[in-house]
Design a protein around this ligand. Structure first.
Ligand code: FAS
Ligand code: PHB
Length: 392
């Protein structure tokens, strides 16, 4: 491995992998350092909803073939409250834009295959990563791989190492940190059972939020709001399904299919942003810089928007010596980050219960839900944010 590259990328999640694919197509070299195994990152069940812009990007960079074949395009979603379902016609309200259901782990598999086929230096099971001298023109990354201490010089470091990575902490003292933790978490399950719905169902129930999503005609992905202090051991499969039946109950005879659970876990919910998303030659992208509550299905999509801007900025710098997009990277990302933060907070506030069934907050939620389900203008607001705004 060469002791130098153009861009050192920390993290082989969606952000790091898409960035390396974009840079490669612009003739810019990179190395990707990942601290987990390939098997782990390819099996990690996370996001499931791809915005229209994300689908278009993945196709444009040559990793969309299996997504187009196996992904499931959705043109609407259901809001369910007071035992009734209301369809929001996403595509009708947004000039034909849609979402595609295609698991994040599938996106990661396709990207890893493409990067390795292109001869990308992509190291898994890397340890002790640290970033250095990014305030100079000669940043360095130190790490251990296969038991050997290594160091690589680069022009730029891209911190794509997620919320628990090392890159943001390296500059955190220079950053303004916004952190809002919600008084609830999501218990998510992956079940080997055909989905009980053709489109996603977001339910606001007196006992709490529930979401019916899916991964394929045979695999269902469902979530329920739970206490952030809950331990998954307190949620045997029977209890999960019992709660799911209650929260999705309707008066129209709809029924929920049960099946064996492949995976279950509890994810805390927070809204988190650091400003700026860069310092010197270190640029943060994706979850390393921001976290959104998953209610808006935005985390993965926002990460790819960041790296699209970073790749465009680096291309302008390498080709023409123009630093304007690099200097403006953080501001350009944050315009969309805050729009997406607001939408995710709005969806979360409208659908999650924290008080008594008939208290002030619940009445406000019902008023908002009724408005979205009865006004084209209100429904369009939800729809255009959900499928992904073309311009922010
Ligand atoms: P990622 O966290 O995906 O990738 C960072 C990578 O860096 C990881 O592979 C990590 O192993 C690696 N790394 C970390 N530290 C490192 C170090 N020191 N050295 C080298 N590598 C290091 N979003 C949605 O839209 N919908 C959802 O339903 C949803 N569910 C989620 C469930 C969970 C449990 C979590 C944690 C997140 C979920 N998200 C969801 C958000 C998620 O999809 C992220 O937005 C998305 O993974 C962001 O991609 P990256 O920024 O690439 O970060
Ligand atoms: C998912 O399918 O994992 C999913 C869908 C919509 C969300 C969050 C997660 O808002």
């Amino acid at each position: 491995m060469s002791p130098r590259t153009h861009v050192g990328i920390v993290g082989a999640g969606p952000a790091g992998l898409v960035l390396s694919q974009l840079l490669d197509r612009a003739g810019i070299e990179s190395i990707v350092l990942e601290d987990r195994s390939r098997e782990h990152v390819e099996k990690r069940v996370r996001a499931g909803v791809l915005e229209q812009g994300t689908v278009d990007l993945l196709e444009a960079i040559g990793v969309g073939e299996r997504m187009r074949r196996e992904g499931i395009v959705h043109h609407g979603l259901e809001l369910r409250f007071r035992r009734r379902g209301h369809r929001v016609p996403l595509s009708e309200l947004t000039g034909g834009r849609a979402i595609t259901i295609y698991g994040q782990q599938e996106v990661v598999k396709d990207l890893i295959d493409a990067r390795l086929a292109a001869g990308q230096v992509l190291l898994f099971d890397v340890d002790d990563v640290s970033v250095h001298d990014f305030d100079s023109d000669h940043p360095r990354i130190r790490f251990t791989h296969a038991g050997e201490p290594q160091e690589i010089g680069c022009d730029v470091i891209a911190g794509c190492d997620g919320f628990h990575g090392v890159c943001r902490p390296a500059i955190e003292k220079h950053l303004k940190v916004h952190n809002h933790e919600y008084p609830f978490a999501w218990l998510g399950i992956l079940a080997q059972v055909p989905p009980s719905t053709d489109e996603l169902i977001y339910a606001n129930h007196d006992r709490g939020f529930a979401l019916h999503s899916l991964r394929s005609p045979e695999l269902s992905r469902l979530y329920i709001q739970c206490d952030p202090r809950d331990d998954i051991s307190a949620w045997p499969d029977e209890r999960i399904w019992e709660e799911m039946h209650i929260r999705f109950e309707t008066d129209d005879g709809w029924t929920l299919n049960e099946g064996p659970l492949i995976e279950k876990g509890i994810t805390p919910m927070r809204s988190f942003v650091v400003e700026p998303m860069q310092r010197g030659r270190l640029y943060l992208a994706g979850d390393a810089a921001h976290i959104v509550p998953a209610t808006g299905a935005k985390g993965l999509n926002l990460a790819l928007h960041d790296v699209r801007l970073l790749a465009e900025a680096l291309t302008g710098w390498y080709r023409n010596g123009d630093t304007s997009l690099l200097d403006g990277y953080s501001a350009a990302c944050l315009r969309r980050v805050w729009r997406v933060q607001h939408f995710s907070w709005w969806m979360t506030s409208m659908l999650h219960r924290i008080g008594a069934p008939d208290d002030f907050e619940a009445q406000l939620q019902y008023a908002q839900l009724e408005y979205v389900c009865s006004s084209v203008a209100a429904a369009t607001t939800l729809a255009e944010n959900y499928v992904g705004l073309e311009k922010v």
